[in-house]
Design a protein around this ligand. Structure first.
Ligand SMILES: [Cu+2]
Length: 395
């Protein structure tokens, strides 16, 4: 309703507006104060060629868009103010009908502007999609899973035998690394995961990981360091927890890392008479027999994929659970006892079904203290500590 009641009625509304404006202003101000430079996921802080190319496109385009926004919004505000309703002074402005120069103008100007912006945009899109030239480009298969990332370095000149790891993608600095993104892992033949999206803002743009489609992207880090990544496509319960890290090492250190990953397990299982895995101690007995972690994980072979992350060299990583938790004894004990309380997972039935087959409802890792199926043991803290100590020995 147009206000008619005079100042008495206006005051509360004005106050409310003033309060709103203050809130909006202070929110903007506080947002600007945030430590965005240092949050590890700042796309403006480009640390590699792909992110730089994206910035070189984004900055000029946002400047052009900003000028257009100021002109258009400014005109809207100006016109709304100048021709607002005023009692007694309510004549219409001068009406124009059918101005050919104006109509041609406002059709051509945006078209030209968009055409100009399209040129560098299309060049950048094709440039970023192109596979890096040169022979020995390191290639890593990246598999998006609910809710973690498998990194598979297949045999190639720099990696003479396969290395499978999770959640921490180690790359050499100063070299392009080609990533094959897939949602269909060898660990569940014929079965694909849902759509995920791979994004390391300081190194490259995001790219979807789509079942049945092979997407590829290139990342390169100029300097050694840890770059934070995040799944950027909603993928269920723990999507927001589905982080990861890219760890860039100088080439010599990268080669050293590869060698370490290719070493045999630090604490191997014993081999039974028919070549089957037999525990070499009490902790391994818990892992193989009592709780059958081996249904989902590999503990003693670094070149195979399993339903859950390959744990052969778990202790060489700094974090676990897609980078959500620091790899400490306390965190591991809590995780082994009751992983779904640390990261939500749809894994109530996981212990009942044993090996997660192709079409069951097991998504994630089960709790070993809650929802225990009949006849199955409930894990004690003491057992979890034994298992955690064993895991921490898996260097
Ligand atoms: Cu995801």
């Amino acid at each position: 309703m147009i206000g008619r009641g005079g100042l008495r009625h206006h005051t509360p509304r004005l106050k409310r507006r003033a309060a709103l404006a203050l809130l909006l202003g202070s929110t903007l101000l506080l947002a600007a104060c945030s430590d965005a430079q240092e949050n590890g996921q700042n796309p403006f802080n480009a640390e590699g060629p792909a992110a730089e190319k994206i910035n070189d496109l984004f900055i000029p385009v946002i400047v052009v868009a900003g000028v257009v926004a100021v002109l258009v919004l400014g005109a809207v505000l100006l016109i709304a103010f100048r021709f607002r309703y005023r009692e007694g002074k309510n004549e219409n402005p001068k009406q124009i009908h059918g101005s050919t120069p104006l109509e041609i103008g406002w059709t051509i100007a945006p078209a030209v502007l968009l055409a100009v912006i399209a040129v560098p945009t299309i060049i950048t899109i094709f440039d970023l999609a192109e596979a890096p030239a040169g022979e020995n480009v390191l290639e890593v298969e990246v598999v998006g899973k609910q809710w973690w990332w498998e990194f598979n370095y297949r045999e190639q000149p720099q990696v003479r035998s396969t290395v499978v790891t999770a959640n921490e993608l180690v790359i050499p600095t100063g070299e392009p690394v080609r990533l094959q993104l897939t949602a269909c892992s060898d660990s569940l033949p014929g079965e694909c995961n849902v759509i995920h999206s791979f994004w390391v803002p300081e190194l490259a743009g995001k790219l979807d990981v789509v079942p049945g489609r092979d997407n590829a992207t290139t990342i390169e880090a100029d300097h050694p360091g840890t770059y934070l990544g995040q799944c950027a496509e909603y993928c269920g319960l723990s999507h927001a927890n589905m982080r990861f890290r890219v760890i860039a090492k100088a080439p010599a250190e990268f080669a050293q890392w590869v060698r370490e990953q290719q070493r045999g397990p630090a604490v191997p299982f014993q081999e039974g008479p028919e070549g089957e895995e037999e525990p070499a101690g009490p902790a391994q007995d818990l892992v193989i027999n009592t709780y059958q972690c081996t249904n989902c994980h590999t503990f003693d072979q670094s070149d195979v994929v399993s339903y859950g992350p390959n744990l052969t060299h778990l202790a060489s990583r700094t974090t676990f659970a897609s980078g959500y938790y620091e790899l400490t004894r306390d965190n591991l004990v809590d995780w082994v006892l009751d992983a779904p309380s640390l990261i939500p997972m749809e894994s109530k039935v996981c212990r009942e079904v044993g090996t997660p087959a192709v079409d069951n409802d097991c998504v994630g890792m089960p709790s070993f203290t809650k929802d225990t199926p009949e006849g199955e043991p409930v894990m004690t803290r003491d057992q979890a500590e034994q298992i955690a100590d064993y895991l921490l020995a898996l260097r």
